[in-house]
Design a protein around this ligand. Structure first.
Ligand SMILES: Cc1cc2nc3c(=O)[nH]c(=O)nc-3n(C[C@H](O)[C@H](O)[C@H](O)COP(=O)(O)OP(=O)(O)OC[C@H]3O[C@@H](n4cnc5c(N)ncnc54)[C@H](O)[C@@H]3O)c2cc1C
Length: 479
């Protein structure tokens, strides 16, 4: 099991970014600062805040919103030119009801694409796809089950809600370090004129591979098998074509997850989501397997689009966007310590990304954990106690929002999903069995059991291995 040093991890991600042509651009700092910015960033007398939130993704904006609504002075720092400018997701935003709780009927105001009422799961071999297709009218009415969104638009809108509640958003501000006073995190060092900014509580929402969590000694270096790399494209198609190809009416949308040979011997999967007049699709693979099998993510994405089950869906589309990002996929087993004196960690920074094949849910857990972190900071402020002991109630807030419970009960799922049996073996078994089941060639029509037994024999699956695999599947997803 390879443990990556910080430099190696940076080099690898940077190398992959160069390989796939994604530019880790530094923010544009040329815009004239506003009066408020000047006051916050006054190097001689920088403003002090009750809470500083680092990162204006879904976790950071949720945290800032809660803290601002409680009347506290909160600064939301974002390294991008605007929230979402650097952020990458599929993106299917599930758990609409969570947002509805804090912004009633949020979908009427937010830049959403389509509500997702159709979901697919496809097991792929190189020539075949065996799919589960689920559709429900129950997901087609408020508060809906989920929406497809485009992150640059959604994140900007969500951060604006935090601003409207009173948070101060400072873009183009890279946080390089945490500040300590008497063994307590007391603020952050920003790569701008003011440098050091102080607060009673810092909430790290700086995404996967959080430098802040590491600087505060809460997170270890990650193993290469715990992190995946996702490459994604947005492909433009006109609205009627999207509806027709995916059998959708009005604003209905579909989300499909793919497993199997689609990523060749790289452990991972692929996804395809419908937007209003575009598709978001991408391939996700464990960094360790990209390295081991020397595959370029870009090549896998091209092969995915060329698969006979995918090509007709994307035909004629025009590339609008290309992006890449890492994903913390090991869940419970890579979770950092969630708090220390003066600091909390939320969202991907805390590895709250539920990426287990059937589910790819990070945004909803980012929002839930951001809300819990905000609630914890407000409670600590009321008690005027920012010690680790006071902030430890974060775990209760996370439990109340089902974050810790979900990750704990699915703790074996990432390993099972990314294991060779499910990745390289069973999709081919399912494809072979289905191909036999539906073949009509003038020979005897056999029943399901003989076909299943013949398929097991064909792949030389021993009963002992089958029982072990069923047990592992059950442990991951069943009980
Ligand atoms: C290809 C791909 C597809 C995905 N698809 C889905 C999906 O369909 N549905 C889903 O729910 N999840 C999906 N995810 C996961 C989801 O994107 C994440 O779980 C989610 O974005 C986590 O939110 P966050 O706020 O914790 O972190 P992020 O969204 O990563 O936000 C972190 C923010 O912090 C900022 N930041 C980072 N470092 C600093 C710093 N030093 N100083 C200042 N600012 C900083 C960043 O610019 C960013 O705005 C996908 C991920 C990938 C990569």
């Amino acid at each position: 099991m390879a443990l990556m040093s910080k430099d190696n991890a940076r080099r690898l991600v940077h190398g992959i970014n160069r390989l796939i042509g994604v530019n880790g651009a530094t923010p544009n700092l040329n815009g004239a600062p506003s009066v408020r910015e000047n006051s916050v960033l006054n190097p001689k007398n920088p403003e002090r805040f009750d809470v500083i939130v680092v990162g204006a993704g879904p976790a950071g904006s949720a945290a800032a919103l809660v803290v601002a609504r409680a009347g506290l002075k909160v600064l939301l720092l974002e390294r991008g030119e605007y929230p979402g400018s650097k952020n990458v997701s599929g993106a299917a935003l599930y758990g609409s009801a969570i947002l509805d709780e804090i912004i009633p009927n949020w979908w009427e105001h937010a830049p959403v694409e389509r509500f997702i009422c159709r979901r697919g799961l496809a097991f792929m071999s190189l020539e075949t796809a065996v799919s589960l297709d689920f559709r429900s009218t129950k997901y087609a009415s408020p508060p809906y089950n989920g929406f497809s969104v485009l992150r640059p638009k959604f994140d900007r809108w969500f951060a604006a809600q935090a601003e409207a509640a009173g948070a101060f958003l400072l873009n183009a501000s890279v946080v390089d370090d945490v500040l300590w006073r008497d063994g307590c995190v007391a603020g952050v060092r920003v790569r701008r004129d003011a440098g050091d900014l102080c607060a009673d509580v810092v909430i790290a929402c700086d995404g996967a591979n959080s430098f802040l969590a590491k600087k505060a000694g809460l997170q270890r270096e990650f193993h290469m098998h715990e992190m995946s790399l996702g490459v994604k494209e947005v492909i433009g198609l006109d609205e009627p074509t999207v509806r027709e190809r995916f059998q959708l009416s009005g604003d209905e949308g579909m989300a499909i997850e793919y497993l199997g040979a689609i990523t060749e011997d790289v452990h991972g999967g692929a996804f395809l989501y419908t937007n209003r007049d575009s598709l978001s699709l991408g391939v996700i693979g464990q960094i360790s397997s990209f390295v081991e099998h020397r595959h370029r993510p870009y090549d896998l994405l091209e092969r995915f689009k060329a698969h006979p089950a995918v090509a007709p869906l994307v035909r004629g589309g025009k590339l609008r966007e290309y992006s890449a990002h890492i994903i913390p996929e090991a869940g419970w087993k890579m979770m950092p310590k969630l708090y220390t004196n003066g600091m909390l960690v939320a969202g991907d920074a805390a590895a709250f990304c539920f990426a287990v094949g059937l589910y790819l849910e990070g945004i909803n857990y980012a929002i839930q954990s951001g809300l819990a972190a905000g609630e914890t900071a407000v409670a600590a402020y009321r008690d005027r106690d920012f010690s680790a002991q006071s902030l430890s109630r974060y775990e209760q807030y996370l439990q109340a929002r089902h974050v810790l419970g979900d990750f704990q009960s699915y703790r074996h799922a990432p390993e099972f999903i990314n294991g060779a049996r499910l990745q390289n073996f069973y999709p081919a078994v399912v494809a072979h069995g289905a191909e036999r089941l539906f073949r009509v060639d003038g020979t005897e029509k056999r029943k399901i059991l003989p076909i299943a037994l013949e398929t097991l024999r064909h792949f030389d699956i021993k009963p002992r291995d089958l029982i072990r695999d069923i047990y592992n599947a059950g442990r991951a997803f069943g009980w």
